[in-house]
Design a protein. Structure first.
Length: 336
DNA sequence: ACTCATGATTTCCA
DNA sequence: TGGAAATCATGAGT
């Protein structure tokens, strides 16, 4: 984890500020001085601070200012120390040269050469000190930025790159460490962000697949229900039609069925008490007459109960699954 | 203002 | 420790 962070920081520094090369140069760099201008005029690394609630940013801003100040004091302290050391080194070199006068001739060139060499050495030390401070400031700014930044969506290039990789490896969308590093570099995001993205992407594409599957199931279920309802309607209509076309006389000769079934679908034909001269329904086979249930039972002929069953699967488009044998049918509770 | 997308964080597990 | 899953918080479109 720490390693990852360091790697990322190194990348940032290299790509954004090319600080690494600054270390290699012998000369004081204007870039370093630019960064160290923060000492005199610290600028908070987050722009939103001006447009949003002050309280929200204050602690973070305080942290940044304190951090910069600490770096500044450290530089000043060490610079002062270097200056003191320079003085004493120069004084010491004077002493040495003077002592050398006893062995060899010493002229002004000797003095200026050694002073130049010593000064150069201390200048380099100071340059390194300032480069070091500049690095610390950049890191501080990055930390602050990290802590204060609200979530930003990745740009299109980034999401495209990640998306392409994901799609190309959709059978096994698990990038290796090396591939994660490559993607991070390519997308200019952190390795941890690559990890987040793939974590999110994997779980979310999985959920999406499940959702689509479920929607398909629901669609088919709805379709089946719709068909069932249409069938019910057709049955009801056909029943009504059959009922209205039947004459009272024809009712008499209709075969009998289970009375409770009749109650469910059609009213029992009762003797007409108001107009007793009308033909009264009679008893057939000793049972009260009633209209035949829609024909969704198979023909069994005489079912041994003296009742006759009709078939009319074709009428309602029903599929006859199986032909129950008489014994089975007699024991079926077909209403319930 | 609502709602969904999306990046980040947290929690749990092998 | 890496990944799955749940959850949080913000971005962005309406």
């Amino acid at each position: 984890m720490l390693h990852e962070v360091l790697l990322e920081r190194k990348d940032i520094i290299r790509s954004r500020m090319s600080l690494v090369s600054l270390y290699e140069t012998e000369e004081p760099s204007s870039e370093i001085e630019e960064i160290l201008a923060q000492f005199e005029n610290p600028t908070f690394p987050i722009e939103e601070v001006n447009t949003e609630k002050e309280e929200e940013w204050q602690p973070l801003e305080r942290k940044y200012l304190d951090g910069v100040n600490q770096i500044k004091e450290n530089v000043q302290e060490k610079t002062a120390q270097l200056d003191k050391d320079l003085e004493s080194s120069l004084a010491h070199s004077d002493e040495i040269l003077k002592s050398h006068r006893d062995f060899r001739p010493i002229d002004d060139r000797d003095y200026s050469n050694i002073k130049l060499a010593i000064s150069k050495h201390f200048d380099q030390a100071k340059t390194n000190l300032r480069a070091d401070a500049a690095t610390k400031i950049l890191m501080l700014r990055r930390d602050i930025e990290q802590q204060g930044r609200k979530r930003r969506n990745f740009d299109k290039n980034t999401t495209d790159t990640l998306q392409n990789w994901f799609h190309d490896h959709r059978t096994n969308p698990y990038p290796s460490d090396q591939e994660k590093a490559d993607l991070a570099k390519q997308c200019n995001i952190k390795i941890s962000q690559v990890n987040n993205w793939f974590g999110n992407q994997r779980i979310r594409s999985k959920h999406q697949a499940l959702r689509i599957e479920e929607e398909e199931r629901n669609r088919l279920a709805a379709l089946a229900a719709e068909e069932a309802e249409a069938m019910q309607t057709a049955i009801a209509e056909a029943t009504a039609a059959a009922s209205s076309s039947l004459t009272a006389a024809s009712l008499i000769n209709l075969p009998l069925m289970n009375p409770s079934m009749q109650a469910m679908v059609l009213p029992t034909v009762q003797p007409n008490l108001v107009q007793p001269n009308l033909v009264q329904p009679t008893l057939i086979n000793g049972a009260p007459g009633f209209l035949q249930q829609p024909h969704y039972f198979p023909t069994l002929g005489d079912n041994t109960n003296g009742q006759h069953f009709y078939t009319d699967f074709e009428t309602f488009g029903l599929v006859q699954h199986q032909q129950p044998d008489a014994e089975q049918f007699n024991t079926i509770n077909y209403l319930g």
